[in-house]
Structures are given as structure tokens and as C-alpha cells.
Design a protein around this ligand. Structure first.
Ligand code: NAD
Length: 497
């Protein structure tokens, strides 16, 4: 099977014949080839999107909302189809894939309220016979470049809002799990979205660079690893675009001795190993404070060893494989380096083989204790099922450790002390914070984004900042002089009279 692009309302092969393999990570077998677009293919898609923008940007709010509500219904009724495609190409278990579709759907629901979100301001009689009002207009063609780990949810952080605001959208999804985007494209069409408003172009660096350099792209939303996020931000900014580029993460969870250790351990294990640790909000560093250390390591190790790992299609499993063989080899290498650099291997997932899925890309849950900040396993984003435990003496040491880390995406604290929690929430330099909540992903009506090397650009995604990112303001100062005698024109800078 060859996965084509979606341009102008239909699947098309365009001109490039380059492809990349798409695997089923559980079986380790190739399930498809995906086309990789050339610059000419991207330009063709942009032409289509530009033409579609001319009429879509003029569609009334009522017309746009009708399409959005229909799209909401279709995503909802195809949620399990979307989740199945995610499981087959990403590997995460079906219940987790269904959760990602649900969180994407919530952004569609937020975007259904676009008439309210786009309301401007109006001030009457700011000067004699003069009124002032503001409204926001779409930007044009906007692009989304997205990672493999949430093939439905992360693009849905972007396109429902961009389209609701009146833009046309070009999605360049991850080439590792491209199929869900094709179903999403079909659902937009069935919802009544005019052809060309939502397009999918598959590809790699060549397609991405074509988007970054094209004068026809007004704004770029990117989610992926930090080195690529930094590159996208620099290159797209250099060509005058608006850019939001979300990067990688190293999320810490502090456990204080006054926490309910069993509660904390259950949540830590779920947050570290859910989706095989391939979440940008996964907890990858547990910071045990003072006397909590031994109890935390014991409790998380006990839970990690009982986790059911296997194919994501089997409802009994709690964790699936990682995305590629290369990812598996990199993760195994990092675990080995952690041990070599002095960490204690409390649970070792390196040798895991799943019956019937011997060629799958599985790594078992792994817990490394007594990790220090200079080890590779701490310095690198592992993006796999590995939980490192660091031990510190005080909550202030834990906050200092988090703040010294270059990433600032998410963090959490487990405690029964309101005072410690408040000190933490005010003291950490991190964008999203959980208090006894290990994965504090904001709801769709708030915006999502990290600090430091986890986000380049000014605006977070979805929620109110998403609406602001995909629109620009006009402020109109108006007077109708024929209604009254004309005011005297003056040559000084305008001031109210
Ligand atoms: P990635 O950076 O390798 O790829 C992301 C996108 O960039 C893909 O569409 C890919 O095709 C493209 N790309 C890759 N290399 C490129 C290059 N050299 N030039 C131009 N484009 C390129 O990321 P990934 O492995 O797909 O996803 C995992 C990463 O994404 C992790 O670092 C994770 O933390 C991060 N992530 C962050 C968030 C967040 O909200 N901050 C959310 C999800 C994932």
C-alpha cells in the first residue's frame, strides 16, 4: 500500500516518487510506504490552499460553525477508526489512542465556539462623533508540522482552530504514522469543508524546508524535538513568518516524604510508562526528597514489574512497543550508559521479548535509581519507558534541579503540604504544572506550551493563544461627518475632543 497526499479534496500521488516505510511497531513488519513530497509537490498544494483561502476566509461565521459541528460529529463517530490507525502505526495501546482522539476532539469542540472567540471590542464616542472597534482576520495559508507521538491529537491542536478562524491549512504529519491524517482529511471533506482548505502533504526535510521558505505560508506551527524546533523557528522567522515551535522535554515529578507514596508511585508509573514513555509530558525523572527515596523506588519498581506489555491491539495490555527499531536501540543504549555511569538498575526492561511478537520494537519498563544530573540518561530526552530517580535533600534542592534543566515543558509535585505545593508552583520555571497530577495537559480552552528549550516563539498552542496565533487584529477608528457638521481638521497629532 502507498499512502498518498491529500490536496484539493482528494488523494493524489503528486510528482515525487520518493517513499519512506511505515511499520507496525508491534509486529515489526512494514505495513505501507508513504510518499515523500518534493518542493514542487508542496508548491502545488500551497497554490490549492491559497485559492481555497480566498473564499473560505469570506465564509460567514455561521457557515464555518456548521462545518465545525459536522466535523465534531464525524470525528466522534470515527473515534475508534482513528484510534486503530494510531495503534497500528504508533504502537500505543488502543485505550491510550482513544484518549488521544478524545483530547483532540476537545479542541474541535473549543473551535465550535469560534463566533464567541472572535468577538472584537467596541468603544463608542471615544472622541466627538468618533467610535473605535477591533476585529481579527485570518492570516492566509498556515502550516502544521507534527511529530509521530500523537498523530491525531497534536495536528488537532492546530487545524480546527486555524480553519475556524478562516485560514486554510497544510498539514505535514510525521512520516512514521501518516495514515490517521488521511482519514481526518476525509472527515473534513464529509463535514462540508470546501476542497483545498485542509491539505495533507507527507514528507521529510525537503517538504518541511519548502514550507519554511515559501512566501505563501503565513504561519508555521511545529511540534517535535528541540533541535528541529529551534531550526524551524529560526528558518521560518527568517522568512518573515509567525512561528510557534514546541520542542522536547524532560519532565520531573517531585515526591515529598509527606506524600501518599502508594498514590504517587501508581501515578508516576502510569505517567512514565504510558504510551511507552513517548509523550512530551511523560514523567522521565522522579525526584525523591529526603526520606521518601527508598520507599518511592520500592513502590515504583514493584508496580513497573507488573505492567502488561504487548501489542496495542490486545485490550489486556497497558503498554505497547516503541515506534521504530532505531528508537528501541537508542533507548537500550541509554539504559546501558546509565548503568555504566553509576546509576543502579532497579528494573531492567532491555531483554523483554513478547510472545508471538518477537520482531516487535519492545522495551520493558525500566527504573534507574541514584541517577545524577551529569549522566547521559538524565541529560538526554530518552523518549522511552525509562524512569530515572534522583535523590535530593529538600524541596528547594528539587526546584533548583528542575530550574537548572534546559527543558521546561511539564512538571509535577506529590505532597500533602499546600505550602510546599505553592512554593513549587511559584518557583519552577516550567510552563505546565501538576499538583498531585502527574500529566498536567491543559484542557482545550486553556493553551498548551512549555518554557525554555520546550518552546520557541511567543504563543502556546490551542485555547485562546491558538486563536490569537492564527489571526491578526484590525482596529478601526471611524467617523461619519455627513451626519453632523464637519469637525475642524487639525495638523497636530490626533487627540480626543
Ligand atoms: P522530530 O523532531 O523528529 O519530527 C517532528 C517533525 O519534524 C516531523 O514531521 C518530521 O518529519 C520533521 N523533521 C524531522 N527532522 C527534520 C529536519 N531535519 N528538518 C525538517 N523537518 C524535520 O520529532 P518526533 O521524533 O517525530 O517526535 C518526538 C519529539 O517531539 C520529542 O522530542 C517530543 O518531546 C516532542 N514533542 C513535543 C511536544 C510538545 O508539546 N512540546 C508534543 C509532542 C512531542
Amino acid at each position: 500500500m502507498t499512502i498518498e497526499h491529500w490536496i484539493g479534496g482528494k488523494a493524489t500521488a503528486a510528482s515525487s516518487t520518493r517513499t519512506a516505510p511505515v511499520f507496525n511497531p508491534a509486529s515489526g513488519t512494514r505495513r505501507a510506504e508513504v510518499l515523500l513530497a518534493s518542493k514542487a509537490d508542496v508548491d502545488m498544494a500551497l497554490d490549492t490552499a491559497k485559492q481555497a483561502f480566498d473564499s473560505w476566509s469570506q465564509a460567514s461565521l455561521s457557515q464555518r460553525v456548521k462545518v465545525l459541528f459536522a466535523f465534531r460529529e464525524l470525528v466522534n463517530s470515527h473515534a475508534s477508526d482513528l484510534a486503530g490507525l494510531v495503534t497500528d502505526e504508533h504502537g500505543k495501546v488502543l485505550s491510550d489512542a482513544a484518549g488521544e482522539v478524545q483530547r483532540g476532539l476537545e479542541v474541535v469542540e473549543f473551535a465550535c465556539g469560534i463566533p464567541h472567540l472572535l468577538k472584537g471590542d467596541y468603544s463608542d464616542q471615544v472622541s466627538t462623533d468618533v467610535d473605535i472597534f477591533s476585529f481579527r482576520e485570518p492570516l492566509g495559508v498556515v502550516a502544521g508540522i507534527t511529530p509521530f507521538n500523537f498523530p491525531v491529537m497534536v495536528p488537532m491542536w492546530m487545524h480546527p482552530i486555524a480553519i475556524a478562524c478562516g485560514n486554510s491549512f497544510l498539514l505535514k504529519p510525521s512520516e512514521r504514522d501518516p495514515s490517521a491524517s488521511m482519514l481526518v482529511a476525509e472527515l473534513w471533506q464529509r463535514a462540508g469543508l470546501p476542497d483545498g482548505v485542509f491539505n495533507v502533504v507527507h514528507g521529510d526535510k525537503e517538504a518541511v524546508d519548502a514550507l519554511l521558505d515559501s512566501p505563501d505560508v503565513a504561519a508555521v506551527s511545529f511540534v517535535g524535538s528541540t533541535p528541529i524546533a529551534r531550526y524551524i523557528h529560526e528558518r521560518a522567522s527568517a522568512s518573515g513568518k509567525r512561528v510557534q515551535a514546541l520542542g522536547g522535554a524532560k519532565n520531573h515529578a517531585i515526591v515529598l516524604p509527606d506524600a501518599d507514596i502508594d498514590f504517587a508511585a501508581s501515578h508516576l508509573v502510569a505517567a512514565a510508562f504510558g504510551s511507552a514513555g513517548e509523550r512530551c509530558m511523560a514523567i522521565s525523572a522522579a525526584v525523591a526528597v529526603g526520606a521518601a527515596g527508598d520507599a518511592v523506588v520500592e513502590a515504583i519498581s514493584a508496580k513497573a514489574t507488573t505492567l502488561k506489555v504487548g501489542s496495542g491491539r490486545d485490550a489486556a495490555n497497558e503498554m505497547g512497543p516503541v515506534v521504530t527499531r532505531a528508537a528501541k536501540d537508542r533507548i537500550v543504549g541509554l539504559i546501558t550508559s546509565g548503568q555504566a555511569q553509576g546509576a543502579t538498575l532497579a528494573v531492567d526492561g532491555r531483554g523483554l521479548v513478547v510472545d508471538g511478537f518477537e520482531d516487535g520494537f519492545f522495551v520493558g519498563p525500566t527504573v534507574l535509581d541514584r541517577v545524577s544530573a551529569d549522566m547521559d540518561v538524565y541529560r538526554e530526552e530518552i523518549f522511552g519507558p525509562v524512569l530515572s530517580v534522583l535523590r535530593v535533600d529538600t524541596v528547594d534542592d528539587a526546584i533548583a534541579l528542575i530550574n537548572a534543566n534546559p527543558y521546561g515543558n511539564g512538571t509535577a509535585i506529590f505532597t500533602s503540604s499546600g505550602d510546599a505545593a505553592r512554593r513549587f508552583q511559584r518557583g519552577v520555571k516550567v510552563g505546565m504544572i501538576g499538583i498531585n497530577v502527574p500529566i498536567p495537559v491543559p484542557m482545550a480552552y486553556y493553551s498548551f506550551g512549555g518554557w525554555k528549550d520546550s518552546l520557541f516563539g511567543d504563543k502556546h498552542v490551542h485555547g485562546p493563544e491558538g486563536v490569537s496565533f492564527y489571526t491578526r487584529a484590525k482596529v478601526v477608528t471611524s467617523r461619519w461627518p455627513e451626519r453632523h457638521h464637519a469637525a475642524q481638521a487639525s495638523y497636530h497629532f490626533p487627540t480626543a475632543t
